[in-house]
Every structure is written in C-alpha cells, then in structure tokens.
Ligand binder design. Sequence first.
Ligand code: FES
Length: 230
Amino acid sequence: MTDERGWVPIALSGTIEASTSTGVIIGGEEIVVWRDSKGAAHVWEDRCPHRGMRMSFGFVRGDHIACLYHGWQYDTGGQCQYIPAHPDLEVPKTIKIPTYAVAEKGGIIWTSLAAEGADPAELPDVAGSATPVRSLYVDCPLDLALGLLARTALPGETEPAQCKTISGNLVSLSGAGLRLIIALQSIGPAKTGLHMVLIDAAPGSVARVAKWAEGLRLSLESQPALAEVA
Ligand code: FES
C-alpha cells in the first residue's frame, strides 16, 4: 500500500500549465494543484474556507488564486489576502487554506500530506532524461496494479518486461529498447492513476507507448486479471 504521508505522484509536470489549476484526489482526499504565473506549483486542500467551494474551480492571477464563488483571493502560502465584498478589511490571519509540500522530479509533480512536510531529498531518482508519455486512470486498486505491472509486456514484446520497484509507488519497466517509469497514485480503494515517463526516449517511442497504454488499461481493469493477482 502506498504511504500517503510520504511523497505521492499527482500529475505529469507538463499537464499543469502556468496560471492554471486542477483538482486531484489522493486516497479520497480532494487536493488542488495550481501553478502561479511564474510556473511554481502549489498543492493545497481543495476547499475554500468561506463556503467550501473547490479552489480547483478558481482563477489564477499572477501569484494568487481566487475562489470562483465570491472571489476571495489567496496568496501562495494559502493565506487569504483580499475579500472583494469588504475591500478595506484587513483579512484575519485565521483565514488560510491548508497547504502541502510539493516537488517536481523526473517530469512528475509530487506532494506529501504529512503535517510536517516531506524531504525532497527522499524523492526517488530515475537517472536519465525523462520524457512525459501520459497519465492513465484505471479502475483497479493500486496494490493489484503493481502486481499486474510485474507481469506486463512492453509494446512489441510477448514476455513480461523487467520490472523493478524503485520505491513503494514508483516502478520501472525495461525491455524492447525502452525504459518506462510509472508513478502510481492511489485515488481511492479501486481507482489508481499511473503517470508515465520514458527515460532517454528513442524517436517515436512516446507515441508507441501512449498507444500501448490503452491496452494496459484494459488489462488492468480485466476481472480475470484482477482475480489472478488478488
Ligand atoms: S466560497 Fe470561496 S469565496 Fe465564498
């Protein structure tokens, strides 16, 4: 089982553009990940303290994000700095959104829900130049997905790839001239995200692996395969 207090992958870096936000789920907890206009990523609880609107629906402007509902504006530390209905109010310091540690490595955005944060030095090293392939979301528990990946053949192969666990939620599949890194995100008891990057990708290999991933989805969601690993 993945340790949701340690580093957890939540998206491919390239999928979150500057000045945008999106919602993700880690083990059932709703999280917003957003980038300010300078490109720095921020990961917070996905809930506005005012009336509970999801901050992932909000608007990023410069170095702050504004809630969609009544426009309260929060700085990069999660602190509310401006309430449009009360423009002269000095906003109480208690109006603050819980924030989480965030780091980017190997083309992947990672976060930790640990209260004291997590050390970026603990992030696994994938050694090489990472090229994003795609994220895949499957109806399959994380532990079963890990078991099935160990029996999976890469495109053009019939035998299972060489599968190596780099850390609890990061595996490497090697073979057929490919080295594919898959970072697994537990979304819920039966839903897993797989964020894929190729290391030192050869020309044409990204498209080939992206297409292969559709077959991987079918395999991971197939009931006989699930029963076999369970
Ligand atoms: S719910 Fe966010 S500003 Fe009102």
